[in-house]
Write a protein that binds this ligand. Structure first.
Ligand code: SAM
Length: 280
């Protein structure tokens, strides 16, 4: 039996049955367009037999499209009503036993995942998309690639190169893990309810080798945060607090790292930040 997808009418009926009124707080905008979920799965290149983790499966639109490929899916959902119902929806849509594992939890608190997934695919809740992504990349080093749908502004930030207008702390932190690319826009009208913003698909591939240890990552992220908290300031001033206490001391560290003390953080790439952190 092949897997069938959820239709727009069925999504509304399911929500009504579960007494779910989509909430902004949990970023509950459900995709009601089959072409969109198939497109996400195709952009992610999900293949039969692959192990995928999905964050926020909701009523199951994207989950079923992932399962349609013959991949197995571990889906993490914070809303108990949705998490509880998903296995039943999957069975009714032809998903074979064992292909779907549902974790009823806040994704930010998940530290173990059944099946050791290697691919992450998600239509992320707007308000927590960056922290959830970084948490998964950090906690699950076996995740080697993925595609996420996020608010356009967030996606552009994740994929931004140094020097661009929207480059910020999320861009540099994301780059710590690998390469990011924008993979197309998604109209707000494929969602129910319709959000106030358009979305984009963002793909990532983890670097073959980790850029540094956990301690090095923490130290680098502290420097990144300080640099972008005062992004209009020269680095020797913005980093004074984390590099010794004064602009003069920060200049010494920056020079040791081969970074001009008068540049701004928005001009530097992740390797520059890592060098600064290790020069302290
Ligand atoms: N994947 C579904 C779709 O495409 O129709 C739903 C996507 S909706 C944008 C986001 C989903 O993430 C909702 O189901 C929401 O309940 C869930 N969610 C929100 N915060 C979460 C968290 N911290 N951990 C896990 N799931 C979360």
């Amino acid at each position: 039996m092949s897997v069938s997808l959820l239709g727009a009418a069925e999504i509304r009926t399911l929500a009504a049955e579960l007494d779910v009124t989509p909430t902004k707080k949990l970023g509950q905008n459900f995709v009601v367009d089959a072409n969109t979920v198939r497109r996400i799965v195709q952009v992610a290149g999900v293949q039969t037999g692959e192990r995928v983790v999905e964050i926020g499966p909701g009523l199951g639109s994207l989950t079923l499209a992932l399962l349609e490929t013959g991949a197995s899916v571990t889906a993490v959902e914070i809303d108990h009503r949705l998490a509880e119902r998903l296995p039943q929806t999957a069975t009714a849509h032809g998903v074979p036993d064992g292909a779907l594992t549902v974790v009823d939890a806040d994704a930010m608190r998940v530290t173990e995942l059944a099946g050791d997934p290697t691919v992450l695919v998600a239509n992320l809740p707007y308000n927590v998309s960056v922290p959830v992504l970084l948490h998964f990349l950090e906690t699950f080093p076996r995740i080697e690639r993925g595609v996420v749908m996020v608010q356009a502004e967030v996606g552009e930030r994740l994929a931004a190169p140094p020097g661009s207008k929207v480059y910020g702390a999320p861009s540099v932190k994301a780059a710590w893990y690998g390469a990011w690319r924008l993979c197309g826009t998604v109209s707000r009208h494929v969602f129910w309810p319709v959000p106030n913003v358009d979305s984009v698909l963002v793909g990532f591939s983890r670097d073959a080798e980790p850029r540094g240890s956990d301690d090095e990552r923490r130290a680098t992220f502290a420097v990144i945060d300080a640099a972008f908290q005062q992004r209009r300031k020269m680095l020797r001033q913005a980093l004074a607090g984390v590099l010794g206490g004064s602009a003069a001391e920060a200049s010494v560290v920056l020079e040791r790292a081969g970074v001009e003390p008068t540049v701004r953080g928005e001009q530097l790439g992740v390797d520059d930040f890592a060098r600064i952190a290790s020069a302290v």
